[in-house]
Ligand binder design. Structure first.
Ligand code: HEC
Ligand code: HEC
Length: 220
């Protein structure tokens, strides 16, 4: 199962990278101040990113995150984090996304954030009701015994997040959410040992990770 998924991602990655480079913009000094041009972002999204994230950012592959309705600033920041710079490893390690961002300028990253933020999230809903109920308790109340804070306090009660720093989680694929919580425990997702999500994920059991991820997939 796992092997098949990564093979298909590699095929999609090569298909995406083979596309024409002229759709990528040069970084201009103004780009750092501007808000991002959703129409320009859409060009890259449909030609390069759609194979894995779908044209409107509602991914149908559970290991690839949905991006539709995510905050623009968060998307831009993640794209920056995937980029290895000055000989240092990327803040967020992903062979697939590391290759994808290599050709993106700072302006492209802003444009892509603007585009996905405008798309409407279409969540499939939670599959396992009893798991989701256990997850809801963690999401809303945390775990007093292990000192786990409630997710709702930073990601908001309905999971839409609080821009610019706290991402939307609502409706995300449970497989992807669980994988990120595991990655936050190691330095794969963040190199900052004091990152709030590193401390939070390190306090979670595997069962709690699966339950809260199932609940989040049904939030809208
Ligand atoms: C070959 C498949 C593939 C392609 C093509 C691809 N992605 Fe991804 N993307 C992934 C996977 C897999 C992840 C999860 C990476 C991880 O585990 O950290 C991801 C993660 C992301 C994230 C992080 C989302 C979050 O919630 O933190 C963003 C943003 C993103 N991709 C944007 C893009 C953009 C923009 C493009 C086009 C320039 C693109 N991706 C092309 C597979 C792909
Ligand atoms: C103190 C604030 C805070 C709390 C509480 C919190 N988070 Fe987060 N979370 C963050 C921040 C900040 C980020 C963005 C990290 C980044 O920029 O890479 C994040 C990111 C995430 C992501 C990555 C989203 C993506 O699209 O890749 C997941 C998943 C997540 N949190 C789940 C949870 C869960 C589950 C809980 C409750 C057990 C929780 N968080 C509690 C602050 C918090």
């Amino acid at each position: 199962m796992h092997g098949m998924k990564s093979v298909s991602n590699v095929v999609l990655l090569f298909a995406a990278l083979a596309l024409s480079p002229q759709i990528f913009a040069e970084t201009t000094p103004e780009a750092h101040k501007s808000k991002g041009d959703a129409a320009k972002g859409q060009q890259i999204a449909t030609q390069v990113c759609a194979a894995c994230h779908n044209p409107d950012g509602n991914s149908v592959i559970p290991t690839n995150p949905s991006l539709a309705g995510q905050h623009a600033e968060y998307i831009t920041k993640q794209l920056e984090n995937f980029k290895a710079q000055d000989g240092k490893p990327a803040e967020r390690e992903s062979p697939v996304m590391g290759a994808m961002v290599a050709t993106l300028s700072a302006e492209d990253m802003k444009n892509l954030g603007a585009y996905y933020a405008q798309q409407t999230s279409r969540s499939g809903g939670a599959k396992d009701k009893s798991m989701a109920q256990q997850g809801e308790k963690i999401y809303r109340g945390g775990n007093l015994e292990s000192g786990l804070p409630a997710c709702a306090s930073c990601h908001s009660p309905n999971g839409v997040g609080i821009p610019p720093n706290y991402p939307r989680l609502a409706g995300q694929h449970s497989e992807y959410t669980a994988a990120q919580l595991r990655a936050f425990r190691t330095d794969q997702r963040t190199k900052d040992p004091n990152h709030e999500m590193h401390m939070i994920a390190s306090r979670m059991s595997e069962r709690e990770i699966q339950a809260v991820s199932e609940f989040i997939s049904g939030l809208r």
